[in-house]
Write a protein that binds this ligand. Structure first.
Ligand code: GLN
Length: 468
């Protein structure tokens, strides 16, 4: 991994890397204290884990890839980082991302873009956890933490051919994770296989009393904690609303092939309608910026953030505007304006409130489709005609060329999230795994997404394992 850090430095996956000497010393200590012939494929003990730069660490700065936090060093560590360290993980560095998590191609970073290279062509690494995905894909670490608000772990996983898991909302602690949109923000995990991802999930899936949105112990006790029996066959839902005309042919082939593979293993396929899906993207892009505009108000150069240079006696409003104008990049400024508008007195009814209603419809669509009732809404009993999981592409296309996405209008960039935001709005567990379009060794792989009912995280991971 350390060699790869040097080899792939030009991909810009990291904002800050831990001191190599101390990383190697920790690896040596771990190696001497545990037998090497019995390495658990799920355990992070003695292994290098990369951490997205919006997750706080005391030893390495935490910037959220923003100019406004470029000098920020957190006085405390995020719970998820502490949990992984206690399990023996070694933090190798903080990964690049779209500023505050806002973006789908990792091009909106104060520290420059992250990219992948295929046959000499620069392509999008996906965002916003692009750095974490590239670090995993190029072997600069064993696994990585990301965050997923509307697809930021799953989309980079799809573009880089890695596994990216967004657990059910509220299972992993958000304490020490810089907020983008609280009602959607979820810590996620990236790895090269399902074992590593599940290993980190099992360690971090713990109630945290410091996170007010952490799912309480009594509700957790109703959720399945064990993986389903290997002999169990699943009812796989095929959401036909995701079969859009602009779907890339390779993505469609990989989707059909994954359905065939699961059918050959004895699982059954079922058509599912999710009609509110077509409005999910618009709702997301009202709700997420609205929450962001409120969350980011604290970066004023007084309470938080690098203060702009100004003469003594500068009126507060000027200092505030200058600090935020210089500190935030253009995409973040756009979201703040959009969010402040949709929350304003003249717009809130037509935008924010409508979007909340759409969000509820999206949740209800999913609840109607799944066999298992949603333990949070308690709305219905187990339905024999319902499905266990849904299987659909993670993104409409493969990783686009960087030169194409750089010239895209914001709206075009937002369209990439069309398949990932519905599960985010409903708080559901969802994973992206790479599936080849055919058996040939040179075939291209597309990210396939498995979505489960709230709390069915182990089931989602089990189905993902069958596709890899
Ligand atoms: N691309 C989406 C956005 O820009 C999702 C980002 C995320 O999940 N953090 O909001």
């Amino acid at each position: 991994h350390i060699d790869n850090l040097g080899r792939y430095g030009h991909l810009n996956a990291f904002v800050n890397v831990a001191d190599a000497e101390s990383v190697l010393a920790r690896v040596a200590t771990a190696a001497s204290s545990s037998p090497t012939d019995n390495v658990d494929p799920r355990s992070p003990n003695g292994r290098l884990v990369a951490i997205k730069d919006n997750i706080c660490t005391t030893d390495i700065p935490t910037t959220a890839a923003s100019g406004i936090l470029k000098k920020f060093k957190s006085p405390y560590c995020a719970t998820v980082v502490r949990q992984l360290r206690e399990a023996g993980a070694i933090a190798v560095g903080k990964t690049n991302m779209d500023e505050f998590g806002m973006g789908s191609h990792n091009i909106h970073s104060h520290f420059g873009k992250t990219k992948i290279q295929q046959n000499g062509v620069d392509r999008s690494a996906g965002g916003s956890s692009g750095g974490s995905a590239v670090a995993v894909a190029t072997g600069q670490c064993w696994a990585a933490l990301g965050t997923d608000t509307g697809g930021s772990v799953r989309l980079p996983a799809a573009y880089t051919g890695t596994v990216g898991f967004k657990p059910s909302y509220g299972l992993l602690s958000r304490w020490g994770v810089i907020a983008y949109a609280n009602s959607l923000d979820t810590v996620g995990i990236l790895g090269n296989d399902v074992d590593s991802v599940e290993g980190l999930f099992d360690i971090t899936n713990v109630y945290d009393d410091q996170d007010p949105t952490s799912l309480d112990a009594s509700t957790r006790s109703h959720l399945p904690t064990e993986a389903p029996a290997p002999s169990r066959t699943f009812r796989i839902g095929v959401p036909i609303d995701y079969n859009i005309s602009t779907l890339d042919p390779t993505v469609r082939k990989a989707w059909l092939r994954s359905l065939r593979l699961l059918q050959e293993r004895g699982h059954s396929l079922h058509r599912v309608r999710l009609p509110a899906t077509q409005h999910a993207l618009s709702a997301y892009y009202v709700l997420a910026p609205a929450e962001a505009s409120s969350n980011l108000a604290k970066y004023d150069g007084v309470r938080y953030g690098t203060r702009a240079e100004g003469k003594d006696g500068t009126p507060d409003s000027v200092l505030f505007a200058k600090t935020r104008g210089e500190g935030f990049g253009p995409e973040v400024q756009r979201r703040i304006l959009l969010g402040a508008f949709s929350l304003s007195a003249q717009a809130i009814d037509n935008y924010f409130i409508q979007a909340q209603k759409v969000r509820r419809l999206v949740q209800q669509d999913f609840d109607k489709a799944f066999a298992t009732p949603n333990c949070l809404t308690d709305s219905n009993d187990r339905k024999t005609e319902g499905v266990d999981v849904l299987l659909c592409p993670t993104a409409p296309t493969l990783a686009p060329k960087l030169s194409e996405v750089q010239d895209q209008k914001p709206l075009q960039a937002y369209m990439n999230d069309v398949f990932t935001v519905p599960a985010s709005l409903a708080g559901l567990p969802a994973i992206s795994v790479p599936v080849q379009e055919n058996e040939s060794a040179s075939a291209e792989a597309a990210g396939m997404q498995i979505i489960g009912q709230y709390g069915d995280d182990k089931l989602v991971l089990a189905v993902a394992r069958q596709l890899l």
